[in-house]
Design a protein around this ligand. Structure first.
Ligand SMILES: Cc1cc2nc3c(=O)[nH]c(=O)nc-3n(C[C@H](O)[C@H](O)[C@H](O)COP(=O)(O)OP(=O)(O)OC[C@H]3O[C@@H](n4cnc5c(N)ncnc54)[C@H](O)[C@@H]3O)c2cc1C
Length: 556
């Protein structure tokens, strides 16, 4: 069997299939295993009546998980529904496999924080009872630092390193053949739109190889939000400048699994969930002045990928310290505005499952920061263009920022400074700044903002009591452009994680799970691990197609 991607979906799939007696090749595009999962916060919502829930007196059942994750009546303050467009068959399979997945993780060396399940880190995980579990790192290193954590928090800090390092070890021990730097580039099927999937094509450092699969191929390649053309099928605004994908440069989400699946006839599924305005599909930058600005991923120089991350970024503690402007140097929204939210425990209160009043009890709040940032400059181009945080020397002092590399990345155009605002605007030249920022416009924007500080009122965008003028040189412009993150739409699968084609038929020998699979709108790890285990078990039970493994190296 061949599994694509050594992340939250692929590793469990590979281990469970190997343990069921299949020989397993796991191909991974990167020189390291773990995927986004190893960088993650390790918050994993597994409920349905786990031993952890029982120990802490929390009553949960698979039916309650299913009910929560298909509740049509839940909406966010901007009206977006978290669960309405979920495929019931897929969610049912998830709900029925929560408890066994939790037990499987425990049996495979994952340690959870010894405390009651809570709601911390949860995104679209249901409103009824606490389910969020937290993987702890013990002495494993974090991808973002390359180092183990402070011993004081080794059993309490929630992190994906605590989930993925044990699974990588288990895979090796079980005899999974892990091929790093092997990037799947295509799937092989007996005929273009019929017959079994028989293997994959990979690229290994410029050499093309064919790997045949006797039983099945499982796609666990982690989604599509890093592929500009693919993500624009869901939202035309998501053009090239959204280049700071959360989880990069550790691993990409380049839609390679989805594209290869579609090339052998697979359908997409649940596409609403990708454009929906809740959760983390798109996020506000939390680290500025660097390309990779996802707020919870703070790259350190000790990380093995820091050379590619290039800067740690400046963590914004208080958005009162900056203004945010578009390519033309114009403000567009209250800088303290936030990204979309998502359903979680107690977000709807009082909550009665499926009750029409749930939607009425939400306080309307349009939450449009991201939409304003993506609105563009009215010149007929898609995409909002770069967003720049503009601030002065006083803001640097208040935030205790360092304005030199490696905190910021001036060499690649993600950070600029100058002694006047006009000079600053003139210096902003980089790949995605497709029109020059008019210097007089930036100066006028700052002057107007400073007048709001004098008045104590932002009459343009309603920023709550603007506090600080931007007045003391040097002045700075730091990349603060929204960051793509989640994929919640992908290949159509059924309850067994078999991939389905455009005629609604199963594609024999092809499975998919995690962020590359569609139909299930939930952030993160739980659906990936659960679907990886389902796919691995079902694929291992397939009858061998009778082809033998052969790695045929050809010059690309
Ligand atoms: C910073 C951060 C924090 C997060 N925190 C949380 C959290 O606390 N809780 C939570 O539930 N979720 C969290 N998530 C999300 C979670 O990590 C992902 O949803 C999950 O890892 C996705 O699993 P996956 O198997 O689909 O993809 P991944 O885990 O990303 O694995 C996919 C793997 O496939 C490889 N790959 C891709 N294409 C190919 C190819 N063509 N050939 C071979 N290999 C390929 C990739 O290199 C990667 O290793 C977080 C994500 C990030 C980035």
């Amino acid at each position: 069997m061949v599994v694509i991607g050594a992340g939250a979906t692929g590793l469990p799939a590979a281990i469970v299939a190997r343990e069921a007696g299949s020989s397993v090749i796991l191909v991974e595009a990167q020189p390291h295993a773990g995927g986004h999962a190893i960088l993650s916060g390790g918050n994993i919502p597994l409920g349905g009546g786990t031993s952890a829930q029982k120990k802490h007196g929390i009553h949960d059942t698979p039916d309650l998980v299913f009910q929560d994750l298909t509740d049509w009546s839940i909406v966010q303050p901007n009206g977006a529904p978290d669960y309405r467009y979920n495929d019931r068959e897929i969610v049912r399979a998830f709900a029925d496999n929560n408890v066994s997945t939790y037990d499987w993780l425990l049996a495979h060396g994952v340690t959870f924080a010894d405390k009651a399940p809570d709601e911390r880190g949860g995104v679209s995980i249901g409103n009824s009872v606490p389910r969020e579990m937290h993987c702890v790192p013990l002495d494993w290193p974090l991808g973002q630092t390359g180092l183990p954590v402070d011993p004081a928090v080794r059993k309490t800090l929630s992190t994906g390193a605590g989930l993925m390092h044990p699974l990588i070890e288990q895979a090796k021990r079980a005899g999974v053949e892990l091929l790093l730097e092997h990037r799947m580039t295509a799937l092989h099927r007996e005929a273009p739109a019929s017959g079994r999937v028989t293997g994959i094509e990979v690229d290994h450092r410029g050499t093309r190889r064919t790997i045949r699969a006797r039983k099945a191929v499982i796609i666990g390649s982690g989604g599509s939000t890093g592929n500009v053309n693919f993500r624009r099928m869901f939202d035309p605004r998501l053009t090239e400048e959204y280049c700071g994908l959360a989880g990069m440069p550790w691993s990409d989400q380049d839609a390679s699994g989805e594209i290869a699946g579609m090339a052998v006839g697979a359908a997409l599924w649940g596409t609403f969930n990708q454009t929906a305005e809740f959760g983390l599909n798109l996020t506000k930058a939390g680290l500025i002045g660097c390309q990779y600005g996802y707020r919870h991923l703070y790259w350190q120089q000790t990380s093995t990928v820091f050379e590619r991350a290039r800067a740690t970024g400046l963590s914004v503690k208080d958005w009162q310290n900056v203004i945010l402007v578009n390519m033309l140097g114009e403000r567009f929204y209250d800088e303290t505005g936030e990204q979309f939210v998502a359903n979680n425990l107690n977000r709807v209160n009082p909550y009665v499952a499926g009750d029409w009043r749930n939607a009425q009890n939400i306080t309307w709040s349009p939450n449009n920061f991201l939409n304003a940032a993506l609105s563009g400059i009215g010149d007929g181009h898609n995409g909002g263009g770069p967003i720049w945080a503009i601030f002065d020397a006083d803001a640097v002092a208040r935030e205790k920022w360092t304005t030199e590399p490696p905190a910021v990345d001036p060499a690649h155009g993600f950070f600029f400074s100058a002694n006047s605002l006009e000079e600053l605007a003139a210096r902003i030249r980089m790949k995605y700044q497709r029109v020059p920022m008019p210097p007089e416009k930036l100066a006028a924007t700052v002057a107007r903002y400073n007048s709001f500080v004098d008045r104590g009122e932002d009459t343009d965008f309603g920023k709550p009591k603007p506090l600080y003028k931007i007045a003391k040189a040097p002045f700075y412009a730091a990349w603060s452009t929204p960051v793509p993150h989640d994929t919640r739409a992908g290949l159509r699968i059924n309850a067994d994680c078999q991939v389905i084609d455009m005629q609604g038929e199963i594609i024999p020998g092809l499975y998919c799970g995690g962020e590359s699979a569609g139909g299930f709108s939930q952030h993160g790890l739980a659906r990936c691990v659960v679907q990886g285990l389902i796919a691995g078990r079902k694929a291992a039970a397939e009858v061998e197609a009778g082809v033998t493994y052969a790695a045929v190296a050809q010059r690309a």
